[in-house]
Design a protein around this ligand. Structure first.
Ligand SMILES: Nc1ncnc2c1ncn2[C@@H]1O[C@H](COP(=O)(O)OP(=O)(O)OP(=O)(O)O)[C@@H](O)[C@H]1O
Ligand SMILES: [Mg+2]
Length: 538
């Protein structure tokens, strides 16, 4: 009957006929079906279950259950479950059937399109949500990072004491990155770097004397890479890193290593590193967090270092002023004693001689005056010597060379120690007053020491000057002494005074002495040092 009705539509529908649900499902899987007219009383499935099987197997195909007049309710249920329509078999006529089929197909297509669109909206919504989540995460991360920086900057700038700053740096790092050990390496001199602070290495090996270790960074590939690239370096697994075996810490159980350069005023002033016992432990975020601290840490370290330099310079100035005051007092005592003992006595003698002469007969006065003149000459000599001791005038009037020649002459006369003197570049030249005074006093003190302690009767003095430097060297081949123990005892004021004078004008003093061999004192004084402390001297 159906076939007849559909066929009558003059080629409008291609109709296939199967008798069981199994056959229908198999046919549907092959595709090309728009609508299923489903009888509900098939041999292998009945009622709604037949409908559901079709729907499960071909959800995109429209289904029109065909009910008997009796079970209208089943048709309605099928429609509620997704059927496009239902038809009562006994009431079918050609016209409504064709309509029903077209409507069902159309409804199904619209339904499918709607479903697709809805899925698309849901997908887009999912995208938006994940985008928003990502933005939220990023915002949270930025917030966390700025908070970390704020706390770190507070901690790092709380103190100007370098050790304190370095410990704060390790503390800050610990809050960001779970390291087993960490250290800070700072530039010491030229290509030398030293471990300034270290923490956690006791977990690896007992008593590793890492702190204060000084080494050449160029000698270690991973450290050299940091120096050259000025970027952080990660060694995911030290076991696979060719240069690690010869490294500092190679004997330790470090497997994962991250090093970050400290850059201040465009110079790499050092680095800090964190270690972990597990390979590949540190994540990209750990590295990023480590790097975040570097700029602030570098500034804090530079400030602390500068402060320490200023502090020690101030300390030097204070101690020199103190010594100068002491020296002045000693000199005043000496002058007072000389005036009292020498000049005072001669004046008393002169007074007596003149008094006696005044009472004597006229022919004896000449004798008294001659005696008075001898005393006066003696007095003039003593006053001149006293004045020269205080400060040789020729140093100001005639310059360093003349003052030194005078000093050697007098020194040899007083001590019996001869001076072998050579010079280059100082004849006819004048230097700054502070330089000439420093050079003169250093030679004077060194020569006094030779006479007092060396036990030999010859000293060698060599002075040479270039355009920007004057170098003063005093040498003896005498008894010698242990420089370190004398300086660390802190008792010496002569050698310490030489050092202070030299350093205050930006120079460098070297004292070399070997017991039994001799002593060598050398001061290099820059003629135009920037930032030199300008100061006259006694
Ligand atoms: N040329 C030298 N030969 C041997 N020993 C020396 C020489 N120069 C210094 N010393 C040793 O170094 C010590 C410290 O010298 P320094 O000039 O600092 O102090 P001082 O001469 O003892 O006292 P001051 O110079 O304050 O009067 C001396 O006491 C001496 O033992
Ligand atoms: Mg001395």
């Amino acid at each position: 009957m159906l076939q007849a009705l559909i066929g009558a539509e003059d080629g409008a529908f291609d109709c296939e006929w199967v008798k069981t649900i199994t056959a229908a499902v198999a046919r549907l899987h092959q595709g090309g079906i728009d609508v299923v007219l489903l009888g509900l009383g098939l041999s292998d499935s009945q009622g709604l279950s037949a409908f559901l099987q079709i729907q499960d197997n071909a959800p995109e195909v429209a289904v029109i259950p065909l009910t008997n007049g009796r079970d209208d309710a089943v048709g309605l249920k099928a429609v509620r479950l997704g059927a496009q329509d239902y038809l009562v078999k006994d009431l079918l006529t050609q016209q409504p059937l064709a309509h029903a089929i077209r409507n069902a197909v159309e409804r199904k297509r619209t339904h499918e399109a709607l479903k697709k669109a809805q899925n698309g909206v849901e997908l887009r919504e999912e995208d938006r949500t994940s985008e928003l989540n990502q933005l939220y995460d990023e915002e949270q991360k930025a917030h966390r990072q700025s908070e970390i920086l704020r706390v770190a900057s507070l901690a790092l700038t709380r103190s100007l004491d370098l050790d304190q700053v370095l410990l704060s740096l390790l503390d800050c790092l610990a809050t960001l990155v779970p390291y087993d050990s960490a250290c800070v390496i700072l530039h010491v001199a030229e290509s030398q770097f030293g471990v300034a602070v270290a923490r956690g290495y006791e977990y690896f090996a007992d008593g590793v004397p890492l702190k204060r270790l000084v080494f050449d960074m160029q000698a270690y590939p991973h450290l050299r890479e940091i120096l050259e690239s000025r970027r952080s370096v990660v060694i995911p697994d030290t076991a696979d890193y060719p240069g690690w075996n010869a490294s500092i810490g190679a004997g330790l159980l470090i497997r994962n290593w991250v090093g970050v350069p400290l850059i201040a005023n465009d110079n790499v002033i050092g680095l800090y590193s964190v270690d972990n016992r597990n390979p590949d432990f540190f994540t990209a975020e750990h590295r990023e967090l480590c790097e975040m601290l570097a700029p602030q840490a570098a500034i804090a370290i530079e400030n602390a270092r500068m402060y320490a330099t200023l502090g020690s310079r101030e300390e030097q100035l204070r101690s020199l002023s103190h010594r100068l005051v002491q020296m002045q007092e000693a000199e005043r005592r000496e002058i007072a004693r000389e005036l009292h003992d020498e000049v005072g006595q001669v004046l008393t003698g002169l007074n007596l001689v003149l008094g006696t002469a005044a009472r004597q007969a006229a022919e004896k006065v000449g004798e008294g005056l001659a005696q008075a003149q001898t005393l006066l000459n003696d007095l003039m000599g003593r006053v001149r010597a006293l004045s020269l001791d205080l400060r040789p005038l020729m140093l100001d009037d005639l310059g360093l060379l003349h003052a030194l020649v005078w000093l050697f002459d007098r020194y040899t006369g007083q001590t019996g120690v001869s001076v072998r003197f050579t010079q280059t570049g100082i004849r006819g030249r004048r230097f700054g007053q502070d330089i000439e005074t420093a050079a003169f006093r250093i030679v004077q003190e060194a020569l006094t020491n030779v006479a007092r302690y060396s036990g030999v009767d010859e000293a060698l003095v060599h002075i040479w000057a270039s355009d920007d430097m004057i170098s003063v060297q005093v040498e003896d081949r005498g008894r010698g002494f242990d420089v370190d123990s004398v300086l660390s005892a802190g008792q010496s004021s002569g050698l310490a005074g030489m050092r202070e004078r030299t350093e205050l004008i930006g120079g460098r003093l070297t004292i070399d002495s070997v017991p039994g061999t001799g002593t060598y004192v050398s001061a290099n004084l820059p003629l135009h040092a920037a930032g030199r402390v300008e100061r006259g001297g006694p």
